[in-house]
Design a protein around this ligand. Structure first.
Ligand SMILES: *Cc1c(COP(=O)(O)O)cnc(C)c1O
Length: 223
């Protein structure tokens, strides 16, 4: 399928999900995850109208970033080693995988201005998943306050690859309620307005539960 046709389907699913809970589809940023595809297909993605792209690995990111001159916003969505921060920091619009103090410290050191970071939260508790335990998020946010170049724009999670809608919904709901709690603290460095959640398998449910950034690879860009 071409990306444009996939995008039509994704958009109409988003509209439907928004209708269920009275949201405005314009609140939702679609991040096209290009990790499985070529530079050519990434260009097709931008031409189809997707201006936010996501990569989870440094090599794949740099390869595409360097080859593509069309204007796009890049989201780093994968595990980031501290020593690699300097290679991405002036190229990405947001980092979705902040999960430890050493990484925050390095981002702070290498960035020349505040960088939008999502804190990755391991809501499902799967051992294979990265991210902070939900109980640790607020203390972590208070700890990073001293890093003036780290701005907590929101929270991110990855749900397990399951079909059980209730299970997915409860994970997204927990992230949303964590976000409300953090927002309620009114911290200048952590407006925490955004929720990066939902992938090919579960983005409609994520939108119903308040996602502002959905990260879609296989069902949009391709696999
Ligand atoms: C690969 C990936 C996605 C997209 O996965 P699909 O299931 O192909 O949509 C989203 N988020 C992260 C962090 C990923 O690594």
């Amino acid at each position: 399928m071409d990306v444009a046709a996939n995008l039509d389907r994704v958009r109409s699913n988003i509209v439907q999900a928004c209708q269920k809970n009275g949201r405005n589809p314009d609140e939702i940023t679609i991040i096209g995850v290009t990790k499985y595809v070529t530079i050519e297909r990434t260009k097709e993605t931008i031409n189809a109208g997707i201006k936010n792209l996501g990569e989870n690995r440094l090599d794949g990111f740099l390869e595409k970033y360097n080859a593509i001159t069309d204007k796009a916003a890049w989201h780093f969505i994968g595990t980031l080693q501290s020593r690699k921060v300097k290679e991405v920091i002036d190229k990405v619009d947001a980092i979705h995988s902040l999960d430890r103090l050493s990484l925050a410290k390095e981002i702070n050191k290498r960035a020349e201005q505040p960088v939008d970071c999502f804190i990755q939260v391991n809501v499902s508790g799967e051992e294979t998943k990265h991210g902070l335990h939900p109980d640790k998020v607020l203390a972590f946010i208070k700890d990073v306050e001293r890093f003036e170049n780290v701005r907590i724009t929101g929270l991110m999670t990855m749900a397990p690859h399951v079909e059980d809608e209730d299970q997915l919904r409860s994970i997204f709901r927990e992230l949303a309620s964590l976000r409300s709690m953090v927002k309620g603290e009114n911290l200048l460095h952590a407006p925490c307005e955004h929720l990066s959640m939902g992938m090919s398998n579960d983005y409609q449910i994520a939108v119903e539960e308040g996602a502002t950034h959905i990260r879609i690879g296989s069902k949009l860009v391709g696999s």
